[in-house]
Ligand binder design. Structure first.
Ligand code: GAR
Length: 209
């Protein structure tokens, strides 16, 4: 521990993709006052680019392959067993493209954070950016929320909007949204790690330090 700082909340970051949000968390946690420490990165597939980012940062990383399990329950149990080994207090789903079974929510109540590339409750699911474009909205954005037993549904921690331009493609709009994700996800994880977030019904109350 660095002099003048307190122990940080240990988290696991769950990933499926390139890991740009994981990178934002790695970069934020260089600051010793950041509220969380990434104890382990868990990927659901061996070819997730995020695994290299974890390795480069010297962070423990494991693969729990979706294809090795017969159902969502056993897959989720394997993930929770892996995170338990690293003694974490919460999970951050940073581009994790699997739905966890309620087993995880029981193990980590009000302690699983997801980042979603739309302003929930609009456009839940795996194709949020494509849905926003298809719908013709002029504003979409980012939601960081606690995970509950319904998909892309739990109490909202932070939201920020992104403009949709008439000539946007899915890739261009997604990049604009991800730039926002890289700011708001670390803010939410820092607040979670510092114990500043309290879930009250469907709402999240923030307290100051
Ligand atoms: C992020 O934009 C995240 O919001 C999205 O996947 C991307 C992963 O990017 N998640 C979802 O769509 C979940 N429904 P990254 O691997 O570069 O962080």
């Amino acid at each position: 521990m660095i002099a003048g700082t307190t122990a940080r909340t240990r988290i696991a970051v769950l990933v499926s993709g390139s890991g740009s949000n994981l990178q934002a968390l790695i970069d934020a946690s260089v600051d010793p006052h950041f509220g969380a420490e990434i104890a382990v990165v868990v990927a659901d597939r061996p070819n997730a680019g995020a695994l290299k980012r974890a390795a480069d940062a010297g962070i423990a990383h494991v693969v729990v392959s979706w294809s090795d399990y017969s159902d969502r329950e056993t897959f989720t149990t394997a993930i929770c067993d892996a995170t338990h080994t690293h003694d974490v207090t919460g999970l951050v789903l940073a581009g994790f493209m699997r739905i966890l079974s309620p087993v995880a929510i029981r193990r980590y109540p009000d302690a699983i954070i997801n980042v979603h590339p739309a302003l929930l409750p609009a456009f839940p699911g795996a194709d949020a950016v494509g849905q926003a474009l298809a719908h013709g909205v002029t504003v979409t954005g980012v939601t960081v929320h606690f995970v509950d037993e319904q998909v892309d549904h739990g109490p909202i921690i932070l939201q920020e909007s992104a403009a949709v331009h008439p000539d946007d493609t899915i890739d261009i709009l997604h990049r604009r949204i991800q730039q926002i994700e890289h700011t708001v996800l670390p803010l939410a994880v820092d607040a979670f790690g510092k114990g500043l977030l309290r879930v009250v019904g469907r709402r999240v109350e923030w307290s100051s330090l």
